[in-house]
Design a protein around this ligand. Structure first.
Ligand SMILES: C[S@@+](CC[C@H](N)C(=O)[O-])C[C@H]1O[C@@H](n2cnc3c(N)ncnc32)[C@H](O)[C@@H]1O
Length: 258
């Protein structure tokens, strides 16, 4: 597990440096990069006006959907983004929960945290904080967050159940989970599953939709909704020829109110 986490961290450190140097999500080395998913697959779900208003471009997104739209955020709420990357979803959330609310991002990669803090300063957003940590051990106390969002990150974690249990722990009773992620639709070839590069590129770490559902329910959530949005087969999205299909999906659930 540590080997996978270290290669994920190295990949996203490299990606952060590329983004900082003016690259975009379509350059090699991102979740949506050349050796894994090819091309941005969630960017058309953002309002370019909202993104431009932050002084950012859609190249700052390494995601596969827009969890900030899925979550229906309200002023005064506390939001946490798991694996916040360059910070786009945190900064958009911070605007939506203002006045009175706060948006946190947690990420394990120093280079991403530095980039997110630069983007925060550029956007002039004050009610956002980027925390260093892993999504398997979130550095926040229990029952402090109204909404947990995440964009194309949980697939990267070898222990998805640990991540979902942590999300459940830090949510207040009645709190919401709103996640955009990659899932497996048809089994991937064993050699793809074994490739650390494909793991870090959001391909090999995907689990079947049913296993994802089971992990969300096992963590204690209810009112689960899963919507598969785009399906990619062999030869698409960096998948090799042969067998296997993956997809982007939206996952929504609620922590019971008591
Ligand atoms: C595919 S990028 C997505 C970034 C962002 N959510 C977005 O949509 O642009 C994955 C991010 O998650 C972070 N990450 C991956 N696994 C993590 C873990 N186990 N704990 C904390 N951060 C993690 C990486 O450092 C990287 O910034």
């Amino acid at each position: 597990m540590e080997t996978i986490r270290e290669s994920v961290r190295a990949k996203y450190a490299d990606t952060a440096i590329k983004l900082r140097d003016g690259g975009s999500c379509c350059d090699p080395g991102c979740c949506a990069g050349s050796d894994a998913l090819s091309g941005p697959i969630g960017q058309d779900e953002y309002s370019s006006a909202d993104v431009a208003d932050l002084g950012l471009s859609l190249g700052a997104s390494l995601g596969c959907g827009n969890p900030t739209a899925l979550a229906q955020l309200h002023p005064g709420e506390v939001v946490l983004d798991l694996g916040s990357g360059a910070g786009l979803d945190v900064l958009l959330s911070a605007r939506r929960v203002s006045p009175g609310g706060h948006a946190y991002g947690v990420d394990m990669t120093d280079e991403m945290l530095a980039l997110a803090n630069e983007n925060k300063a550029r956007a002039g957003v004050e009610n956002a904080t980027f925390l260093k940590g892993t999504i398997e051990a979130i550095p926040l106390p229990p029952a402090t967050v109204d909404v947990v969002i995440s964009n194309c990150v949980i697939n990267l974690a070898p222990d998805k159940r640990a991540v979902l249990s942590e999300a459940f722990r830090i949510l207040k009773p009645g709190g919401r989970l709103a996640v955009s992620d990659m899932v497996e639709i048809e089994p991937l070839p064993p050699e793809v599953k074994a490739a650390v590069d494909a793991w870090a590129g959001c391909v090999a770490g995907t689990i079947p939709v049913e296993a994802y559902r089971d992990a969300v329910i096992a963590a204690g959530f209810q009112d689960l909704e899963v919507e598969v949005t785009n399906i990619f087969g062999p030869g698409e999205a960096g998948l090799p020829a042969g067998t296997g299909k993956i997809a982007s999906a939206y996952v929504r659930a609620v922590k019971p109110a008591n």
